[in-house]
Design a protein around this ligand. Sequence first.
Ligand code: ARG
Length: 466
Amino acid sequence: MNLRSGRLKGQMSREVADFTSSLEFDRRIFQADILTNRAHTTMLVEQEIIPGTIGKQILNALEQLEKEGIDALDLDSAVEDIHMAVENYVTSVMGPDAGFMHTAKSRNDQVATDLKIALKEEIREIQKELITFIEIILEMATENLDTLMVGYTHLQHAQPTTFAHHLLSYAQALKRDYGRLQDAYHRMDLCPLGSAALTTTSFPINRERTAELLGFSGPMENSIDGVSSRDFIAETVFALTMLGTTLSKICEELIIWSTYEFRMVELGDDFSSTSSIMPQKKNPDVAEIVRGKTAVLNGELVTILTIIKSLPQSYNRDLQEVTPHLWKATDTLSSALTITMGMLSSAKFKGERGEELARANFSAATELADLMVRDAGLPFRTAHQIVGRAVTVALDKGMKAEDIDTHFLDEISQELTGQTLNIDNAVVKKSLNPKDIIQSRKVIGGPAPSMVQEVIGNLRDFVEEN
Ligand code: ARG
């Protein structure tokens, strides 16, 4: 049945048909379109809006199409979109009575419903991957509870921590990314079908029933909103963009940590490349590609927001242009997620180097200042000044952190405050030892192995519940 044979004279040129057709990216909603047609037809029969015998024929044709697959459809761009292609198929099987399938339905409510069905499925898949990723991180963290490393601020040595503690910072970010997808999923879980073109229909349709048949928690409560809104796409793509940002940051660290200067991590050979001219090179190309590709998500998000921002309510064909950007975002994210997960799990953290860096460059300075507050009763700001001066003098004299003792600190203190501190030397030495520093940070969220273990337990509960 040609949609244009009523109101319009003649066909679109090939050029215009190609330009306006959504068929190429509608492939992703083929399955969903069969589901919406099936649910709608079932409801129409139940409500006695169309005869049961015709309903049966429509359902049989849809079943046949499901078996034959998308290749059974005529996907010429003159057909316009997947909804017309499916309807044409059903018509080719059973004749013009197929037209009853479109009673009280528009492509406007159908495309919104199809997109939600397909996107809910995509979200579930990505969430499953995320859970696996978090599990992998928890295993790596469990094996590295005592593996020292230095933590950075401004990418400068800051304080000692452990590899487990650092890894859990990734896990927490990924958990929030999971939560954002979950929120988007729940908000989109209302069915647009039955909105029809924009004001529903005078047929006594049962929207609760179609929503139920399609696995939604209920119908959307305004039919204009039903056909206009794509915030569910913008929101999901934001969640994916944020997740892409998490992955990009993980890759950024792997790139930095695998440099000769840091030498903290050895990437798997299967996630590295070499140079065509410099034979010695081992390059973190895969991490770089993730970092580069995830930028696509930022672009897709802005494109989607820009398309929808200027549209009046109800259906406008611009909405069709949102769809390819949605699928580009989900595909980019899915591949980046799988690759980053594989890359991190095959990366070897170099514990000895981690410890060397944790002991170097006065990363224990904060703990030393804390000790002066605790054991010498100094206000923190005074302690901060004494330790700061001690580090400057030590650097001038070529001393290392382990060369600092209570005598040295007393000299500095005497000079700055006119008083000595008289802290037990063994205690000073302890406060300079990264292992002891880690053990003493038992505050919630801190790096003490006992605390990290507790957080691993909480995250394991999260993994089990999801
Ligand atoms: N292909 C369209 C889309 O993806 C759905 C069809 C609505 N078309 C129309 N002319 N009202 O949004």
